[in-house]
Every structure is written in C-alpha cells, then in structure tokens.
Design a protein around this ligand. Structure first.
Ligand code: SF4
Ligand code: MSK
Length: 670
C-alpha cells in the first residue's frame, strides 16, 4: 500500500513553516521535508552496519555473526562509524575555533579591518585563567599572547590541552586515569581517522575510548576557544529583546539572510548594513533600507549579541527563500543545504558563499577575508541591494514571536547575585531545596524525519511543568523561541510553582537561551561553576542534570553528546539513532548501544541513549534527576511544596480586603 502523504502540519509544528510548505507544493518545489519523505530507509546503513572504508567493500552486514571482507565485525564497524562521526563533528566546531584564534591574533596586531576587542574584561579573565600576566599590559598585548596560546592548542603534539584545567578537579583526575586527556586538537582528530582506516584499530571499546578523547579536544578545546574569542571580540552576551520567525522579513526592505555558523562575517555584515553608505545605496534602489535576519546558529550569534532577528532554525533555510522576499542568502560554513541553489533559481534570491572552505556549484562566491572585512561586507550587501529590483511575487508569513536571548554563563552568574555578590549560590540553593528539581540542557538541530520543532518544544514544555530549569542552544533554542517559550514572564504560567518562584525572584524566563551549538561549552562552564559553588557534589556527574538533543542530525551533535557524556552528563538523543536498526530489527545485537550507555556510565558517570518517544525522554530525564537528587541526599521533589511566594502570591494578596491582606502579611494585628 502506498505511504500516505504527510500534511504540512505533520511536517512542522510551526505555522510559518506550514504556510511555506503549502506554497512550495503549489509551486511544485521540493524541500528537505518532501525529500526526507521520499528517501527510502536503508536498514543496514541506518544501523551503522555498512562499511565503505576500503575498496574490498562496501560491506553491508545483515545479520549477527556476519563480517566484512576483511573480517570486521558489526561491533567494530559500528564503533568505527561512530568515531568518524565524532571526528568530523569535532573537526567542524574546532576548525571554527581555529579561525577565531587567527582572527584574535590579527585583531591584536591591528591587521583586521573593522574588528576590535569589545569585551576587555572577558579577555583579561580568560587570559588569567591560562596564567597569562595581564597587569600593565594593553588589551592588544594580552590578546596577542592569548591568541598564540589558543593557536598552539590545535597543532600541539604532546602534553595536555590547556583548557582541560577548566574542568572540575575530580573530572580531570578521572580523565587522566582513563587515558583520555587530549594532547592536541588536530592530533586527536587525525588519530581518529588513522585508527578507523582499514586494518587499524579493530577493538570496539578501544575505538570508542578514542572517540571520547577526540570529543574532549572539541568540547574542552576547540569549541570552548571559539566561544571565548567570540565573546572577547563581539561582546559577551547579555539579555536583549529579539524576534524570530519568517515574519521578521520585510516587504519594503532589502532582505539579507546570513546563515551558517561563524560570527566573523555576520558581525561585520551587521555593522556594514548600518553605515550611511549602505542605507543610502538601498534607498537609491527603492527600498527602505537593508533588513538583516539570521538562520541556524549564525542567527543565534547575532541575535544574542546585536538583537538581529532570527528568521528561523535549520529547516527554515529553504522556507525563507520560498517567501520570494530574500535578495541574498549569505552563507559561511556548516548546515548549509546544497538544495538552496536550485531552490533559489525559482526566485531572484542570490546564494552567496563566502568561506574558503565552502563553495556550492551555481552559487555566487565572494570570498571573505578578515583583513578587509568591512569592504567585503559592503560589497556583499550591494549585490543584494542591486538584486532588489528583480523581486517577483512575495508571500511572507505574518508569524513572528518575541524572545529574550543572551544568557551567557557570565550573565547567569551576575543575574543570580547582581554585581554585589554574583554567584551560582542561589541556583544551587534552589536545586537543593527542591524549588528547582533539576536542570535540562535541550540542544541541537532540526531533522525533517520528525515533525519540525515538536520534539524540542514538547519535551521543553513537559519538563518546565515539573520544575526543571531548561537551558537551550542552537536550533533547539530557536524552536522554543518560535513557539513562545523564551518570552520571559509571559511563559511562566506554563511552568511548575517552584521554578516559577525562582524565575520571578531572579527575573528570568524559564528557558534560558545560551547561544549557538558551538556554545554548548557554556553549559560545561555552568556545570563546573555549580560544582565549585558547593552543595551538589564534587563532580559534574553528581548534578541533577540531563542533556537532550531531541531532533539531532549533524555529526557535530554526536561530538557534543560524546564530550558531555565524558564530562559526566546523561545525554538523550531523540529521533533516529546512528544504530537505528538496533537492537532487534536486524541483528539482535546491541553491544555498541549498550556500551555507549552502561559502559560509558561505568567509566565516566555519563551515558548516551537514543529514545524516540518524547514522553519517554521526559520520563527518563525526571528519573535521572530524581536519582541524582537522592544520591546527594537532597529532599525528594514535591510538586506542591512551593509556590506560596513570588508574584502569584502577591497578586492573590492584592485581591484580598485590607484587613485580611494585613493579617496574611503580618499575622494577627491585634
Ligand atoms: Fe569491508 Fe573491511 Fe573494507 Fe570495511 S574495511 S569495506 S568491512 S573489507
Ligand atoms: S545550526 S548543527 S542544525 S543546532 Fe548550529 Fe542547528 Fe544543528 Fe546546525
């Protein structure tokens, strides 16, 4: 029987996406949603049991006990495939970190047109963490030394990665005992590729041990470096009011979408768009100016620092072009669909590639060079403005949502105690008392194999009701924003009473937007600071916290999961798993899945599991949080224990007659 065609509502939980999918269908244009539906499933590939690492294959293993031509077992092939995903994901994020380090060096030496050091305090704090003298030195001098230290981490051959010392002491000791402290970022990635070549490492557990070492080089290395430098150069995020979804596109303006990951280009395009020269150029073209919007993690970078609106997350990249209102989509690296170019041919949109590393056939290439950044950014915007006259019929969904992003770990620390006594103490106390049951980090991508945004937002909503504080990054954060969960106090009626009290007292939304996917290291830093604050154990694995990537799709997500597990976190991946056919559909073997869960838990206190059902994700998260609370000797969480203070209580009191109100506040007045 033919498969029933999915409706736009089944494709996406987002009304703007649904409207654009109807438009795509009426225009006869395919999208990732329809291509995913049409793509036949491969049981062997999706179970990670296909090996094409040499010319004797591809070897497609179909049942327990079968081996490849070289004799490789299912377990070995699955472990090798996993290592390669971690290596590719780590390479992507860490290479981003490398480029940021070179930019920092160029800025320090006055060689980067238009860039400066915006957050000198963060520069000094970061340098001091690495023992770099900061007294009586200019910001540029400090930045020069710090850039050299960061650049050295990539090519270092021996010793230990410097940022590792930012982890809790007990965790560092554990990594030493397990032999997984990374030596250098590039070295671990290269060794991962070497080990997975035909005829090398064939021991599944030994292979997966190296996956941990690679991932740690990313999470506590390349990605952490990327985040620190972005803050130093572009400013450490603090809450701003922003907007999201396709409704941010403007009919009367030149719409330019920046898409990808590196803030280096997008920050400069933001600056260039505000110059009198570009505004005048746009007006001369008959537009009311240039309207910038972001997609994917570039959106997060400029949203949380500049308040530039986010047009959407990963699956919105094609939908934005489908509006017909985008003059240029400017892309750099990662998560850029090749389909954009073919799709744009149906409209006037120019897809402009800018990275030395990324070209797409049919796209316009305008190579970015940080030494002439402002000049190139203006040239790119002029190409977009010149294209305004070619615009045809447009349809912009009038769907738009406000949000408050920008919760860096520095800001969380500040907001909990103000400048008088900035501290994580109130957060730890709230968890210890049970007002906050635990913390969930919900991160990662969209995946058209599940309903866009549904898994993210369903899990988020359910956990909030259970007094779980949620922090989010990447496309997950934009999913929650689009559905109104990052709205500050407006979202508080949807959360548990204890959590609501904390949010009202501190003045935060119940879901904290912490940045792009590369910024998951901010979550590592928060967890470390919670450990150092005291009361929640002496290592990350003791904190009642869980990481979830309900709609993951990228290899970067697998690397992130691995460094979080190695740091002590329980990580739940939703949607499909790289071992989809396991445990019983094809072979009956589940050795690798079991190892990533029980095996890693024994070694690192964290574990990785793949769970399709969102309610099961919620159940497992709460079970884990409660288990960790019990192990710490914290009181059992109770839904009705709190909620008698805060704004809700004040409103109730306000509604009482004066004598009853005074009695409630001061006790008996007689
Ligand atoms: Fe087949 Fe072994 Fe070559 Fe993989 S490495 S393709 S299992 S022969
Ligand atoms: S952009 S890696 S889809 S989070 Fe970072 Fe989103 Fe995932 Fe790309």
């Amino acid at each position: 029987m033919a498969k029933e065609k999915k409706t736009p509502q089944q494709f996406s939980a987002d009304p703007a996406a649904q409207q654009m999918l109807i438009r795509a269908e009426s225009l006869g244009i395919g999208t990732a949603f329809t291509r995913a539906e049409a793509m036949p499933a491969c049981n062997i590939g999706s179970a990670g049991m296909c090996c094409k690492m040499c010319g004797m294959g591809p070897c497609r293993l179909t049942k327990d006990g079968s081996t490849g031509v070289c004799g490789a077992t299912i377990d070995t092939i699955q472990a090798r495939n996993f290592v390669r995903m971690v290596a590719a994901g780590s390479a992507a994020h860490s290479d981003h970190g490398r480029d940021m380090a070179f930019l920092l060096k160029a800025v320090a030496n006055g060689e980067a047109e238009g860039y400066s050091i915006r957050d000198v305090a963060k520069l000094r704090v970061t340098a001091a963490k690495y023992g770099i003298p900061i007294e009586k030195r200019s910001p540029e001098e400090i930045a020069d030394v710090l850039a050299d230290l960061f650049i050295a981490q990539f090519g270092q051959q021996r010793g230990e990665l410097a940022p590792i010392k930012r982890a809790p002491a007990k965790r560092q000791k554990l990594w030493h005992e397990r032999g997984v402290v990374p030596r250098g970022i590039d070295r671990e990635v290269v060794e991962g590729l070497h080990r997975t070549h035909i005829g090398d490492d064939q021991h599944p557990e030994h292979l997966l041990q190296h996956a941990v070492r690679i991932a740690l080089a990313d999470g506590w290395g390349g990605s952490m470096i990327a985040t620190d430098i972005a803050d130093i150069l572009f400013g450490t995020p603090a809450p701003v009011v922003g907007q999201t979804n396709l409704g941010v596109l403007k009919a009367d303006m030149v719409n330019v979408i920046v898409h990808g990951h590196e803030p280096v280009l997008s920050e400069m395009i933001v600056a260039a768009s505000q110059t009198p020269e570009i505004i005048a150029y746009a007006k001369a073209a008959g537009a009311n100016g240039v309207n910038l919007a972001g997609i994917c993690c570039t959106a997060n970078e400029i949203l949380m620092r500049q308040g530039v609106p986010a047009a959407g997350n990963f699956l919105h990249q094609e939908l934005a072009i489908l509006t017909g209102a985008v003059e240029a989509m400017v892309v750099d690296v990662q998560c850029i669909m090749q389909a954009l170019v073919g799709l744009a041919e149906n409209f006037h949109t120019k897809v402009i590639t800018t990275s030395t590393k990324v070209k797409i056939k049919g796209a316009t290439h305008m190579e970015f060079d940080e030494h002439h950044a402002m000049t190139i950014a203006k040239d790119i915007l002029k190409v977009a403005i010149d294209n305004f006259k070619n615009r045809g019929a447009i349809e912009i969904p009038q769907v738009i949502e406000d949000l408050v992003p920008g919760f860096s770990h520095e800001y969380i620390n500040y907001m909990l105690g103000g400048s008088y006594r900035a501290s994580f103490r109130p957060l730890n106390d709230a968890i210890m008392s049970g007002r906050i049951r635990g913390v969930a980090a919900i991160v990662g991508c969209n995946n058209p194999r599940s309903q866009q945004d549904y898994l993210h937002t369903h899990v988020t909503r359910e956990l909030l009701k259970q007094d779980v504080l949620v922090v989010e990054t990447g496309c997950s954060a934009i999913a929650s924003a689009k559905l109104g969960l990052l709205l500050g106090e407006a979202g508080l009626d949807q959360v548990g009473a204890g959590l609501r009290e904390i949010c009202e007292t501190v003045g935060i939304p119940p879901v904290l937007h912490m940045g792009a996917c590369v910024d998951n290291t901010r979550i590592l830093t928060v967890l470390t600071q919670m450990v150092e604050e005291g009361g929640l154990g002496d290592d990350i694995d003791q904190i009642p916290a869980v990481g979830l990537a309900p709609e993951w799709m990228s290899e970067k997500a697998v690397a992130i999961a691995t460094y979080c597990v190695a740091s002590g976190a329980y990580v739940i991946f939703g949607g499909s798993s790289p071992f989809e056919g396991m445990p019983d559909r094809v072979t009956g073997s589940d050795a690798i899945l079991h190892y990533l869960s029980a095996g890693w838990e024994q070694l690192y206190g964290g574990k990785l599991e793949f769970v399709e059902d969102p309610d099961e994700m919620v159940r497992l998260t709460l079970e884990h949080i409660d288990k960790k609370r019990a192990a710490l000797g914290l009181p059992e969480w109770k839904a009705d224990k709190f909620g008698r203070s805060g704004d809700k209580r004040m409103n109730e009191l306000e509604a009482l007659p004066l004598d009853m109100k005074m009695a409630a506040v001061y006790g008996s007045v007689n």
